[in-house]
Design a protein around this ligand. Structure first.
Ligand SMILES: CC(C)(COP(=O)(O)OP(=O)(O)OC[C@H]1O[C@@H](n2cnc3c(N)ncnc32)[C@H](O)[C@@H]1OP(=O)(O)O)[C@@H](O)C(=O)NCCC(=O)NCCS
Length: 149
């Protein structure tokens, strides 16, 4: 893994982000969704760069006691090299530093790669979300507990 740079996402990054999104998801988010995420207060939206090229991004929404991981992706050619782990570890460290209790997310039951990734990162399956993806597919909710009461 080369030394990546992590920074806040900007408006000018959205074109590159959309290119990756369309490559890695069969039902990609729209331009509008990304623009909304950029504007939403309490969002942590970061990109990962190598030599000024965006190779991944992460969006998480801050709640009082938690972060909700909304989207994470690494460009196809850079997957399996530790960059996803780098991005998610950054969020975990941030959440720890802020005293959050947990991070939660939803994932398609068919997305085995992401499921393996989240489980490797310590997330636990909490429940099945029937018809979560437009009634065509179920999801799982996964949770990583940071501080227990
Ligand atoms: C899921 C995703 C973000 C993971 O990022 P990545 O950079 O490929 O993953 P990493 O190389 O950091 O892998 C971290 C760990 O996850 C596990 N993992 C990652 N990809 C895996 C795969 N294809 N199969 C099994 N385990 C895998 C490995 O155990 C790895 O640990 P190791 O390096 O100690 O073996 C990336 O594959 C991706 O962008 N996928 C498409 C978009 C997506 O599905 N996002 C999630 C939506 S819910």
């Amino acid at each position: 893994m080369k030394n990546p740079l992590l920074r806040k996402a900007k408006l000018k990054d959205i074109t590159e982000i959309l290119k990756i999104e369309k490559k890695v998801f069969k039902e990609p988010w729209s331009l509008y969704s990304f623009l909304m995420e950029l504007k939403t207060p309490f969002n942590y939206f970061v990109v990962l760069e190598i030599n000024r090229k965006i190779i991944g991004y992460l969006i998480a929404r801050e709640h009082e006691e938690s972060y909700h991981l909304m989207n994470i992706a690494i460009d196809k050619e850079y997957q399996g090299m530790g960059y996803g782990k780098f991005l998610l570890n950054d969020l975990i460290q941030k959440a720890k530093g802020e005293g959050k209790k947990f991070i939660f997310l939803e994932v398609r039951v068919s997305n085995l790669k992401a499921i393996k990734f989240y489980e490797k990162m310590g997330f636990k399956r909490k429940r099945i979300l029937k018809g979560y993806y437009g009634f065509k597919e179920d999801g799982y909710e996964y949770v990583l507990h940071i501080f227990e009461d």
